[in-house]
Design a protein around this ligand. Structure first.
Ligand code: PLP
Ligand code: TYF
Length: 394
């Protein structure tokens, strides 16, 4: 049987992590995988998460199974964090998943169950895992224009023109905030256009939100998803706690199905439970429990929000430093978009050869599509990157 297996393409981002580790140069700069790093290059455990973990060790009395959808208290705090009061709690079915990736996978599975013919419209570009999971599941994907290579902002006209092709029963996959890999995001009026169009056509939005709090703030980053949830009859939301709680390896995510028809809610919940059972029975609990404890304890929550804000502001500071260094070196404003982008990533717009030259000549590791992780920089590596960008002729 095993002889039938074929080599699968490697994940380019994870392969880059490996190449970086193997590079002996001590001046090397890792701008690859989307993991937050502080100025010393360390990915810290957030203070509130560590405190919750200590408490949990004291108070946890059992490791018996949770429910199929995970702990309902986790769903409650996450729904509140993401959706605020955009919709009544009773309209949201939710299940804990292993990370945001698990939430995406379960969401796609639900779409396939509900409409095997659904086409999933994906931004061009999008997170490569969206594409590989959809491909693996034999689901049809249709790219829509998203990034304007000239302005390095959102190509809203192109996006709306491509979304004119959606039909009822299709799904439009959107990034809630901090678009990966470009860093270019919809503003609220653009979100409104999308909502109007979805409601006109009967296509269903699925929102992947993996960076709430990394862009403009916890509330600001949820505006798009709240607008969609409050105004579309059916919405899927795949959320991740990996980044904003810094609990990557704990695998905490949540899939939500929001439905304005109150009669559908119970069946949606049952379907989410069923899908968890088919794929792994019970979702991981440890990370989800830490998130629940942090969000339910006012002091821990306040400390978490403060630390998250420090993280967000440090990335914004690096963006501004890089944009102004590039302005100085190039004598032009053409890199101003770096300060406009939000989240961990910016797509620089460099060619694969230029990306390769920066790696070869300056030991700078960014993804081949010229996505760079802003958090991989610090005040002293920004000028090194800026020089390398100019030297490569970007
Ligand atoms: N969706 C997007 C757009 C991402 O960038 C990520 C990566 O972190 C995820 C989902 C899911 O991450 P995880 O499975 O680690 O929670
Ligand atoms: O895009 C990133 O870098 C993050 C982390 O298979 C990641 O989302 C990268 C690759 C992958 C899973 C997560």
């Amino acid at each position: 049987m095993f002889e039938a297996l074929k080599p699968q393409p490697a994940d380019k981002i994870l392969a880059l992590m490996q190449a970086y580790r193997e590079d002996p140069r001590d001046t090397k700069v890792d701008l690859g995988v989307g993991v937050y790093k502080d100025a010393s290059g360390h990915t810290p455990i957030m203070r509130a998460v560590k405190a919750a973990e200590k408490q949990l060790w004291e108070v946890e009395t059992t490791k018996s199974y949770t429910g199929l959808a995970g702990d309902p208290g986790y769903a409650d705090v996450m729904i509140d964090l993401i959706l605020g009061d955009a919709v009544p709690r009773s309209t949201v079915a939710a299940a804990a998943t292993p990370g945001g990736t698990g939430a995406c996978r379960q969401g796609f599975d639900l779409i396939k169950m509900a409409n095997p013919k659904a086409r999933v419209f994906v931004s061009n570009p999008t997170w490569p895992n969206h594409l590989s999971i959809l491909k693996h599941m034999n689901m049809e994907m249709v790219p829509y224009r998203y990034f304007d290579d000239e302005t390095r902002g959102v190509d809203c006209d192109g996006m709306m023109a491509d979304l004119a092709n959606v039909q009822a029963g299709d799904v439009v996959l959107l990034h809630g905030c901090c678009h990966n890999p470009t860093g270019a995001n919809l503003n609220l009026s653009e979100w409104k256009l999308v909502v109007e169009h979805l409601n006109k056509t009967g296509a269903v939005p699925m929102i992947d939100i993996a960076y709430q709090g990394f862009g403009d703030g916890l509330e600001e980053d949820a505006q798009g998803v709240r607008l969609v949830a409050g105004n579309c009859p059916e919405v899927l939301i795949a959320a991740s706690c990996s980044k904003n709680f810094g609990i990557y390896r704990e695998r905490a995510g949540l899939l939500m199905a929001v439905c304005s028809d109150p009669d559908r809610g119970a069946l949606n919940q049952q379907t989410l439970n069923f899908l968890n059972r088919q794929n792994y029975s019970f979702p991981p609990d440890h990370g989800a429990r830490l998130v629940t404890m942090v969000l339910n304890d006012p002091a821990l929550r306040a400390d978490w929000a403060t630390e998250l804000e420090e993280v967000r502001l440090s990335m914004l500071g690096l963006r501004e430093q890089l944009a102004s260094e590039l302005q100085r070196l190039s004598g032009s404003d053409r890199f101003g978009f770096i300060a406009q982008h939000r989240g961990m990533f910016s797509r620089l717009g460099a060619s694969p050869d230029q990306v390769e030259a920066m790696r070869r000549d300056s030991a700078i590791y960014m993804v081949g599509d010229s996505r760079l992780n802003i958090a991989g920089l610090n005040a002293s590596t920004v000028p090194i990157l800026a020089e390398a960008i100019i030297k490569a002729g970007v």
